[in-house]
Design a protein. Structure first.
Length: 87
């Protein structure tokens, strides 16, 4: 355990940020999973709505540096490809 006051504070700050990032990543995975379920069900309008939400969530997560912006863009690209393949 840290003996220095600033080190103790950093431990608390890191714990708080870790919890926030974990929550954001969990939300992101849920949104992507719901989009994939909509694509699998074949409902184009639902899939489009869920894609918009997934894209928004990905970009917000990237903006907050929880994931890298290129990773977010790559995931959006893959989701859009999946959406465009729907009949």
């Amino acid at each position: 355990m840290a003996n220095i006051k600033s080190a103790e504070k950093r431990i608390k700050v890191i714990a708080k940020k870790t919890a926030i990032n974990k929550s954001r990543k969990s939300e992101l995975k849920t949104v992507i999973k719901k989009f994939n379920e909509a694509v699998d069900s074949g409902d184009k309008t639902l899939a489009e709505n869920r894609f918009k939400l997934a894209e928004k969530t990905l970009m917000q997560t990237a903006k907050d540096n929880t994931i890298h912006k290129n990773a977010a863009s790559r995931k959006v690209s893959r989701l859009s490809k999946k959406l465009n393949k729907m009949a």
